[in-house]
Ligand binder design. Sequence first.
Ligand SMILES: *[C@@H]1O[C@H](CO)[C@@H](O)[C@H](O)[C@H]1NC(C)=O
Ligand SMILES: *[C@@H]1O[C@H](CO)[C@@H](O)[C@H](O)[C@H]1NC(C)=O
Ligand SMILES: *[C@@H]1O[C@H](CO)[C@@H](O)[C@H](O)[C@H]1NC(C)=O
Ligand SMILES: *[C@@H]1O[C@H](CO)[C@@H](O)[C@H](O)[C@H]1NC(C)=O
Ligand SMILES: *[C@@H]1O[C@H](CO)[C@@H](O)[C@H](O)[C@H]1NC(C)=O
Ligand SMILES: *[C@@H]1O[C@H](CO)[C@@H](O)[C@H](O)[C@H]1NC(C)=O
Ligand SMILES: *[C@@H]1O[C@H](CO)[C@@H](O)[C@H](O)[C@H]1NC(C)=O
Length: 454
Amino acid sequence: MGFDQSTETCYYRCPRCCLFPGMKSICGLVVLFLVVLPSAVAYDPLDPTGNITIKWDIVSWTADGYVAAVTMSNFQMYRSIVSPGWTLGWQWAKKEVIWSMVGAQTTEQGDCSKFKGNVPHCCMRKPVVVDLLPGVPYNQQFSNCCKAGVMSAWGQDPTSSVSAFQVSVGLAGTSNKTVKLPTNFTLLGPGPGYTCGPAKVVPSTVYLSPDRRRKTQALMTWNVTCTYSQFLASRNPSCCVSFSSFYNETITPCPKCACGCQNKNNCVMSDSKQAHRKGINTPRKDNSPLLQCTHHMCPIRVHWHVKLNYKDYWRVKIAITNFNYRMNYTQWTLVAQHPNLNSVTQVFSFDYKPLVPYEAINDTGMFYGMKFYNDLLMEAGPQGNVQSEVLLGKNKDTFTFKQGWAFPRKVYFNGDECLLPPPDTYPFLPNSAYINPIAISTMEVLVLMFMLIL
Ligand SMILES: *[C@@H]1O[C@H](CO)[C@@H](O)[C@H](O)[C@H]1NC(C)=O
Ligand SMILES: *[C@@H]1O[C@H](CO)[C@@H](O)[C@H](O)[C@H]1NC(C)=O
Ligand SMILES: *[C@@H]1O[C@H](CO)[C@@H](O)[C@H](O)[C@H]1NC(C)=O
Ligand SMILES: *[C@@H]1O[C@H](CO)[C@@H](O)[C@H](O)[C@H]1NC(C)=O
Ligand SMILES: *[C@@H]1O[C@H](CO)[C@@H](O)[C@H](O)[C@H]1NC(C)=O
Ligand SMILES: *[C@@H]1O[C@H](CO)[C@@H](O)[C@H](O)[C@H]1NC(C)=O
Ligand SMILES: *[C@@H]1O[C@H](CO)[C@@H](O)[C@H](O)[C@H]1NC(C)=O
């Protein structure tokens, strides 16, 4: 596949602009725009308000500071924080210390040598906090804590998209006039990618008593908002997309080195003995992958097969394959953008939810696994894939198999945009006026072989 690096980047950043080769120059402009305006980068057009909000509620003043309940809410529609979970950091404005924490802990205590008697939990100027693991003793728990830092996407499961802990701060202000807000918040989720804004004082949180007959309120509340940018997270995409159709035998593979080929030298051949060695599936602390050798070198491939054409409907088969031996994806999400997703009629064996970021446009949807059935995408190997079929109603005005229309405009896996193949390699509709479908069984066999080999 002869396309240069800049074109590849172009497809990655702006596949829609690149749908027609004539638009490459526009795409170049878009890339330039992204480079010139870094703040524009954190904006996700499919989830424009997506963010993680960290809220500090001061629940009481103490002799030398305050006790705060810190709540992190993942308001992103389809991006979760997977294992090994979040890491939250900040910088104290003065010489504050953390006397104690419930439901989380700092990774380091720091130098508390000047304290006699009671020793603080953490004396660092820049504390780094992680969640506790499930099953900690009851007296260390706090509501919504202790999930090893894992948070669901809001669109998938709002009830588990919250994480919280309590912190008791000393050597701090003891009234809403003297308290100084912490600064320079950082969030890893679990890797880089998030940028946090400054803390802002907001109207105090109001709590409703369990019987809902009395309201109480926090003494003071501030919020911090963090947004995600894939370009901060990694230079290369982490997934790619391949295509096939019933009307053309061509299977369009993922672009070569779609995810960068830097792991090429220590990848594992799928048929080698090494792939079955004991302990190969053990995750590393730094989360570095152990990939199956492929020409794309992506941990995840999404295959979109245009399977059947009926009078009023058409049918797509979607398969997600994991090529990482060291990773199970719990609660994975797949987002696709296609103009016909406004008439999804039935989704088999995945859950589906339309995402409607702009009220008038309904062309984006989120697929995710059914609980206890296929919400776990297993490590590379024979079990490392999940599949679904989607039945879509035809809209007579727009529907066509021409010019790659039947293929998605954008695909995201776990919130990261996947690299699509270049448009001139899409399976073309044969020129003859009527579609002469290749025997469906033949195509199925071809696709199956493709799934297993590449
Ligand atoms: C964060 O997300 C929430 C929920 O979607 C939204 O109401 C809020 O405006 C967002 N905040 C920012 C700063 O974008
Ligand atoms: C502060 O964060 C909470 C979520 O924890 C959110 O409900 C609230 O709307 C936020 N307030 C402002 C002013 O952004
Ligand atoms: C601080 O508390 C006073 C009342 O004690 C209140 O009037 C004021 O609005 C509060 N300020 C902030 C920033 O919460
Ligand atoms: C922390 O934030 C302040 C502004 O609030 C900035 O001047 C300073 O450089 C930041 N420090 C670090 C280490 O990022
Ligand atoms: C993935 O999950 C399965 C079943 O829970 C487990 O046996 C396997 O060790 C896990 N693999 C990794 C890489 O965590
Ligand atoms: C968007 O399309 C889905 C079908 O995929 C439909 O169920 C939903 O009602 C539509 N939403 C809007 C706001 O039109
Ligand atoms: C199938 O699509 C390819 C482009 O990917 C094209 O070169 C080929 O001519 C098409 N086959 C037929 C029979 O039209």
